[in-house]
Ligand binder design. Structure first.
Ligand code: KG4
Ligand code: ZN
Length: 335
């Protein structure tokens, strides 16, 4: 085996362009440009996202390489997100990765974005199996049982909205800017959970969040009729109550699955795992049940190139390379 192994990881599946360099499984650099333009539209505009990826990807890669202290000619392979995600956005990362791999004459490795979120758990920590990973992002809510690094089983997933979407859509009803999750998290710190919304009772380990959005909508409509400034006057409490509902829905399933499958480690990944209330409550549960908790640092929770480079490194070790005619996939199941 060549030593050391340098992998360049490129992520462009949604509204973050991110590039990272990993040396033998250790992150040397990880730079991300988040596209703020979508705030003004209240959601990701795919065409705008693709254009902004085009504008940033070359200079971001140059910056990630110089931050890592290595020259591009030292790279061993290039890993890139194949999907799931927005086709136009994925295409920018993939086209760039293909060109670079051709010009440098180094192998290309395709990466599943959901697998990469799971691998973000192992960037700075090692796990004890069996492990339960909950991937909670703007596009996905998935509970995955891992017997080992390679043996995965999806126990459950959302049947409608993702947990991040639940934050973003209810936040929009409250007038918060997109993405609403971080803002709701911040405001909830000064609020009380006095408003109660129902938690969907879905069989097994699946989730449903579209009912929450509807009950928040009707509750706000009725409350505003009685008190026109209801949202402004109760914003922090509304944020705390909605956040608690989403977190409770996630934790109920996580706890039930962890007990049923007798896991020893629990990991959370994806943008919503940045939520401080989720982290605190999970920490308390983990202490109670003596689970080892794997929570990536914030920059590895949201979409990032390091998790792609890391996944690329694991695939490189197994010689899992990609033909350079592969195409992006909007839908790309984990298993
Ligand atoms: O993983 P990610 O960066 O992109 C996707 O693959 O979707 O996740 C973005 C999602 C958004 O829905 C955003 O509102 C949510 O993660 N998010 C949060 C927090 N930070 C990001 N949700 C709740 N609390 C946070 N602190
Ligand atoms: Zn993601």
């Amino acid at each position: 085996m060549i030593q050391p192994i340098y992998i360049l990881g490129i992520e462009s599946s949604c509204d973050d362009t991110s590039v990272s360099v990993v040396k033998d499984g250790k992150v040397l650099s990880n730079l991300t440009i988040s596209q703020w333009i979508h705030k003004k539209y209240g959601g990701v505009v795919p065409e705008a996202a693709s254009r902004l990826h085009v504008e940033s990807i070359v200079s971001l890669t140059e910056d990630a390489l110089s931050a890592s202290g290595i020259d591009k000619y030292k790279l061993t392979a290039i890993a890139v997100t194949k999907g799931p995600g927005l086709i136009g956005s994925l295409l920018v990362g993939i086209t760039f990765a293909k060109s670079l791999s051709l010009s440098l004459q180094i192998p290309l490795i395709e990466v599943n974005h959901l697998m990469a979120h799971i691998n973000s758990l192992f960037i700075e920590e090692s796990a004890e199996f069996p492990l339960l990973c909950m991937t909670v992002s703007g596009g996905h809510t998935q509970l995955v049982y891992m017997k080992s690094n390679t043996e995965l089983e999806i126990l459950g997933q959302t049947i409608d909205d993702a947990a991040g979407e639940a934050f973003d859509k209810t936040g929009k009803l409250l007038g918060l800017p997109y993405p609403a999750g971080p803002e709701m998290d911040k405001r909830a710190k000064n609020g009380s959970t006095r408003f109660k919304f129902p938690i969907a009772q879905v069989p097994g380990f699946n989730f449903s969040f579209s009912g929450l959005k509807t009950s928040v909508l009707y509750f706000l409509r009725d409350s505003i009729r009685k008190e026109p400034d209801f949202i402004e006057n109760n914003l922090n409490d509304l944020c705390a109550s909605i956040q608690d509902n989403i977190v409770e829905a996630l934790l109920q399933k996580l706890k039930a699955a962890a007990l049923k499958y007798e896991v020893r480690s629990i990991g959370i990944a994806g943008g919503v795992s940045a939520n401080s209330h989720f982290r605190e409550k999970l920490l308390t549960l983990s202490e109670l049940y003596s689970w080892k908790l794997l929570i990536p640092r914030l920059s590895y929770c949201t979409d990032n190139g390091a998790m792609i480079a890391m996944s690329g490194y694991f695939k490189f070790l197994k010689s899992e390379f990609t033909q350079d005619d592969f195409m992006p996939l909007a839908r790309y199941p984990l298993t």
